[in-house]
Design a protein. Structure first.
Length: 304
């Protein structure tokens, strides 16, 4: 991998993460709270996939995209299970019961999980220095989120379990999507995953469609997670993972909780302080140092 591809991959990764950083605040805005519920988590999960699936079908038709190779259909199903069904469903249901700050505890483990999946799928052997940086960055994010959560400890409630499952789903979807993006156009990977999921998502979204009048803010939030979080963000993210390598580029996700905090200030009324800035600078440092650590690739082909 040349330096140009790595830098381009990292910048595309940052773009994707910036788009994804609004997902949790926007989801919280759409689902409301336990005391003032709005859209159901199931409708957001299935509905956003329907909107993105329709857009995907139009893009594939307009670009005259070829059918994926026969051996790509299995990984595409895994991508769909991970990022079209698993992550949206579990996070949407959980976000009604936890604040965005609390949810960032779980998001903080996603870069490490993605790196592990990527290393396994691509038979890569990151150096000890790389893993130290990844673990240090993860620890900083978790420590910050716990500090801001206002709790003395991390109680493993039902919402926490759902968020942990969501992170595992995302890591699997990211890993397989990145591999497919090495031989398919990145935007086609997520488009095909959404399109093959459409026959399932469409009736489920119709079943969960809200019948009550909802505020405009909830529909705007739903539109964002449908078009950006579920669709456009993956164009940059999968391309970045393919160019820069899943193991390396996955670490820019460490910035996501801090970006979510920054976006949550105007959306959810949270405050940005010196502690947040300090932790953010420290996490950026781990990403900067980690990208310079060697990542070795085995001579054998990728894992099946």
């Amino acid at each position: 991998m040349n330096t140009h591809d790595l830098k381009k991959g990292l910048w595309l990764g940052v773009l994707g993460v910036t788009i994804f950083a609004l997902t949790l605040p926007m989801t919280r805005l759409a689902v409301g709270t336990s005391d003032a519920p709005l859209m159901s988590g199931m409708f957001i999960a299935f509905g956003r996939a329907v909107v993105a699936g329709v857009l995907s079908g139009l893009l594939l038709w307009w670009s005259k995209a070829p059918l994926p190779p026969r051996d790509a259909w299995g990984p595409l199903v895994l991508v769909a299970l991970g990022v079209v069904f698993g992550f949206p469903l579990f996070t949407s249901v959980a976000m009604r019961h936890v604040e965005a700050v609390h949810a960032s505890v779980m998001v903080g483990v996603l870069p490490l999980a993605t790196a592990v999946v990527g290393a396994f799928l691509n038979r890569q052997r990151p150096s000890t220095g790389f893993w130290i940086c990844a673990l240090a960055g993860t620890a900083l994010v978790v420590a910050f989120a716990l500090l801001r959560s206002g709790h003395s400890g991390l109680a493993l409630q039902t919402a926490d379990v759902l968020l942990l499952i969501a992170m595992a789903c995302a890591a699997v979807g990211y890993g397989h999507g990145a591999r497919l993006s090495q031989r398919m156009r990145a935007e086609h990977v997520i488009c095909w995953a959404l399109l093959i999921s459409l026959p399932i998502n469409l009736p489920l979204a119709a079943w969960q469609f809200p019948t009550e009048t909802l505020p405009t803010s909830a529909w705007v939030a739903f539109a964002y997670v449908s078009v950006f979080s579920m669709w456009l963000g993956f164009f940059a993210w999968y391309k970045g993972l393919a160019l820069g390598g899943t193991v390396r580029v996955s670490q820019v996700q460490l910035l996501q909780p801090f970006l979510s905090m920054l976006f949550a200030v105007p959306l959810l009324g949270e405050h940005l302080d010196a502690v947040t800035v300090g932790f953010g600078v420290a996490v950026i440092a781990t990403v900067f140092i980690g990208r310079r650590m060697p990542v070795h690739t085995a001579l054998k082909g990728p894992a099946a």
